[in-house]
Design a protein around this ligand. Structure first.
Ligand code: AMP
Length: 301
């Protein structure tokens, strides 16, 4: 493996090494260099990479000449009682995985590069950020919008890719890009990638690492229960009844609590009480063992 935490590219037999950059000045030169020879896609992540992240990287390959991946565990999107301190960090391994995927640039800023002393600015998106995770995690989407806005300005990507696993996050970022007239990337160049799942249906997540073997087995009740609720709603069950049954099922399966289980319009995230014309999705967040798991699925599977 040639990945290393050096600031600049090393040329090996004419093939540029992945550039791993941790400060803004070398980032700017690296981005300028890449943009001189094609388009650039950005995949923002918090690291601890899994197949879900790598699927975004592969989708990025089809969308641009060069791929940049950011790895930054953003404190501003964690609540005071959340898992910031124990969130998995494995930068060397992540860089090796990304190098194997042909990623040109890894942007892994340290805290001071992202939020230098005196930092005082935030981006706040209302509307789509309200309810669901926005309600359960106050300030979370302000932290997400702020860091993603900064990442966009730092990396200046033509295209950016996000997972549909975090559907509300994707909606917040698209709204921000539209509302702030972002140019790199334009709102239309913010692409969503379908959720990657384990063989049993559990969505891949860095937080699945918190699960014991028994909790991991029990966690399959989340996607299974969602599919049952969706089938019931499609068959005419009242939405409130189907979501209540889903919550009860998750608790019975060993989940400690359910933050929410709600049907919402896919684009606007407005609550759906009675089925209408607009495409709808089921959104769930529930806690098991040490993990808070989220998932969402379309009403039409
Ligand atoms: P994270 O590192 O959790 O912030 O995620 C970085 C990006 O990967 C986000 O756009 C996520 O939505 C996306 N992502 C995480 N898990 C998955 C998954 N299972 N399938 C698809 N995308 C994912």
């Amino acid at each position: 493996m040639r990945a290393s935490l050096s600031r600049h590219a090393v040329l090996v037999q004419g093939v540029p090494d992945v550039q791993i950059v941790q400060q803004l000045d070398p980032l700017r030169s690296a981005v300028d260099g890449l943009k001189a020879s094609g388009t650039l896609a950005l995949v923002p992540t918090m690291g601890a990479l899994h197949e879900g992240h790598l699927t975004l990287v592969r989708a990025a390959r089809a969308a641009a000449t060069h791929i940049a991946v950011s790895i930054f565990v953003n404190p501003r999107q964690f609540g005071p009682k959340e898992d910031l301190a124990r969130y998995p960090r494995q930068l060397e391994r992540d860089c090796e995985l990304l190098e194997a995927e042909g990623v040109a640039l890894v942007w892994a800023p340290d805290l001071a590069a992202m939020y230098p002393a005196g930092y005082a600015t935030g981006v706040s998106v209302s509307g789509v950020s309200e309810g669901l995770c926005g309600e359960m995690r106050p300030g979370h989407f302000d932290g997400v919008a702020t860091v993603v806005c900064k990442l966009f300005n730092q990396v200046r990507p033509d295209v950016a890719l996000f997972g549909e696993k975090d559907w509300q996050q994707l909606a917040v970022i698209r709204r921000m890009a539209r509302d702030l007239d972002l140019v790199l990337p334009r709102a239309e160049a913010i692409l969503g990638v379908p959720t990657v799942r384990e063989a049993d249906g559990l969505a891949l997540s860095s937080r699945n690492a918190y699960l014991s073997e028994a909790d991991r087995k029990a966690a399959v009740a989340l996607p299974d229960g969602m599919k049952v609720a969706i089938a019931a709603i499609r068959a005419g069950a009242p939405i409130a009844e189907a979501t209540a049954a889903l919550k009860a099922g998750l608790t019975a399966a060993g989940f400690a609590s359910v933050d929410y289980a709600e049907l919402r319009e896919a684009a606007s995230l407005v609550s759906v009480e009675v089925l209408g014309e607009a495409p709808a999705r089921l959104f769930v967040a529930a806690r098991i063992g040490g993990a808070r798991l989220i998932d969402n699925m379309p009403l039409v599977l």
